[in-house]
Design a binder for this molecule. Structure first.
Ligand code: TMP
Length: 207
């Protein structure tokens, strides 16, 4: 089943997703379009609490399997409690990350395999986004940006190889879902990236 009006944003670390989503929100406010803005892992109390466990810098013992299950658990609660009800009310749901993050990070970068990750997320497979925007930033560009940022969570501590694999993982997700995932060149100046994202969204919602 597809939920109408469910739009997700994907990308590796330092892809500019958060700034881009904030610009889309401003555009929707100006256009008086009804929406909610949310994120994964998180978006609601239970999922934010799961997020704290996953990203806790001290949880170095966490296995890839445990990590994948926790992301999937947070996702299902978020989906049932927030995404589906709001989409059913006719609001556009703008979500920072969703299933494709698990494909890239847990499936490929952590080496669990995409099939296992899809199995773990089998409930969420019934609710794929209508549109996903992937901000494609070359790993070397992202890593340069990451080196300038404070390391705030457990995933920020991963090495270059991990981030290269995340990039590869996203391109595997694009091969699996070529119609749903639209790729935006994230290596351009941010204002151009924002312009491209706005165009895709306006085309999608028919404005
Ligand atoms: P954020 O920094 O975009 O808020 O995302 C938090 C981190 O969680 C980021 O490093 C990506 C990671 N992540 C996964 O590894 N798998 C997932 O399924 C999701 C949603 C996020």
């Amino acid at each position: 089943m597809k939920i109408k009006n469910f739009i997700t944003f994907e990308g590796g670390e330092c892809s500019g997703k958060t700034t881009i989503i904030n610009e889309i929100v401003k555009m929707f406010d100006e256009m008086k379009i009804s929406y909610i803005q949310t994120r994964e892992p998180g978006g609601i109390k239970i999922a934010e609490e799961i997020r704290d466990i996953i990203l806790d810098i001290n949880n170095t013992m966490m296995t890839p399997e445990c990590e994948a299950l926790l992301y999937a658990a947070a996702r299902m609660q978020h989906l049932k409690e927030k995404i589906i009800p709001n989409a059913n009310m006719g609001k556009i749901v703008l979500c920072d990350r969703y299933l494709d993050s698990s494909i890239a990070y847990q499936g490929v970068a952590r080496g669990l395999g995409i099939d296992k990750v899809l199995n773990v997320n089998s409930f969420a497979l019934d609710y794929l986004p209508d549109l996903t925007i992937f901000i494609d930033v070359l790993p070397e560009v992202a890593l340069k940006r990451l080196s300038l940022r404070d390391k705030t969570d457990r995933l920020d501590l991963e090495n270059n190889e991990f981030h290269n694999l995340v990039y590869k993982g996203y391109h595997e997700a694009i091969k699996l879902y070529p119609d749903r995932i639209k790729v935006v060149d994230g290596n351009q100046p941010l204002e151009d990236v924002i312009k491209d994202c706005k165009k895709i969204i306006l085309d999608y919602i028919g404005e």
